[in-house]
Design a protein around this ligand. Structure first.
Ligand code: T3D
Length: 263
């Protein structure tokens, strides 16, 4: 039986698919637990060299399951937001941003609330033409969380971030590409194949170099230039001793495509 999350391997790529299409892939407790387990597994497996996060059906994810939240209120309780954020959203966002391999959100449909936050936490976002982004938090009287207040200004600037948070505009895929929220948009029917190609390409890449580039670029807005230059030099010395570097140079001279092994 397929649970709320389906995990599969495609060569060196791990695909994590949120699988509650009847609820727009909203994040209830079992779904959150399963996403976290799948991300932990992919992050910790050295044979996995790229990770894709996507959804089944018409949505990527509509964010926090509001029926579950309503259930807590109806039973006279108050949701423990600190616990929810600390036990799922924070570790999931940190795994996506910190695992030493590229992460890609394959945004097959609407990404709202914390669903959008998870997409924003991935290193790259690619989208179907019909996909859309909506923060949705202000609609239920909350602030953007799960890393959105950190990622959004870095991706679309402060003005764009404020617009999305306060006006809660829905941004379609084409506009998302124009403002730098997504890297590629493909016709809906082409998304599965094109995204699989892109993720496979990342998984066949120089994993150590990708990991270092990801780490340095993510840190870059919080360090000064001398600090960035020093960090680059340190990382380059480490990466230069990898087999993948030697293979890249060999392949260039031999006029053939490199065969990186991630070592
Ligand atoms: O614990 C904490 O720390 C709190 C953290 C909160 C983080 C958050 O994510 S807050 C934001 C939560 N999300 C939302 O407010 C979004 C709510 N959903 C929508 O605005 C719309 O559904 C969408 C824009 C996402 C999609 O619209 P549309 O027209 O394409 O689809 P739909 O018909 O509205 O939804 C399809 C079904 O999914 C529908 O079920 P039904 O009526 O056919 O049985 C709908 O109720 C359900 N659904 C959509 N979003 C959620 C949901 N069910 C539960 N929770 C949802 N978030």
């Amino acid at each position: 039986m397929i649970g709320p999350v389906a995990s599969r391997r495609d060569g060196a790529a791990a695909w994590v698919t949120i699988n509650r299409p009847e609820a727009a892939n909203a994040l209830d407790r079992p779904t959150k637990d399963a996403i976290l387990a799948a991300l932990e597994q992919a992050a910790g497996d050295p044979a996995v060299r790229a990770v894709a996060l996507t959804g089944t059906g018409r949505a990527f994810s509509a964010g926090q399951d509001l029926r579950e939240l309503q259930g807590v209120y109806q039973s006279g309780g108050v949701p423990d937001f600190a616990e929810e954020l600390g036990s799922f959203y924070e570790p999931a966002v940190r795994l996506l941003t910190e695992m030493p391999k590229p992460t890609v959100a394959v945004v097959n449909g609407v990404a709202a609330g914390a669903g959008a936050s998870l997409a924003l936490a991935c290193d790259l976002r690619v989208a179907a033409a019909s996909a859309r982004f909506k923060l949705a938090f202000s609609g239920i009287g909350l602030i953007p969380d799960a890393g959105s207040t950190w990622h959004l200004p870095r991706l679309v600037g402060l003005s764009g971030a404020l617009r999305l948070a306060l006006l809660d505009d829905t941004v379609g895929a084409e506009e998302a590409e124009r403002i730098g929220l997504v890297s590629r948009v493909w016709p809906d029917e082409e998304l599965p194949d094109r995204a699989a190609e892109l993720v496979a390409r990342l998984a066949a890449g120089p994993t150590g170099a990708h990991a270092a580039a990801k780490r340095l670029l993510r840190a870059s807005l919080d360090v000064d230039l001398p600090g960035a230059l020093a960090a680059e030099a340190k990382a380059q010395v480490a990466v230069a001793s990898s087999s993948d570097h030697a293979e890249g140079v060999r392949a260039f001279v031999a006029k053939r495509p490199p065969e990186f092994t991630g070592t």
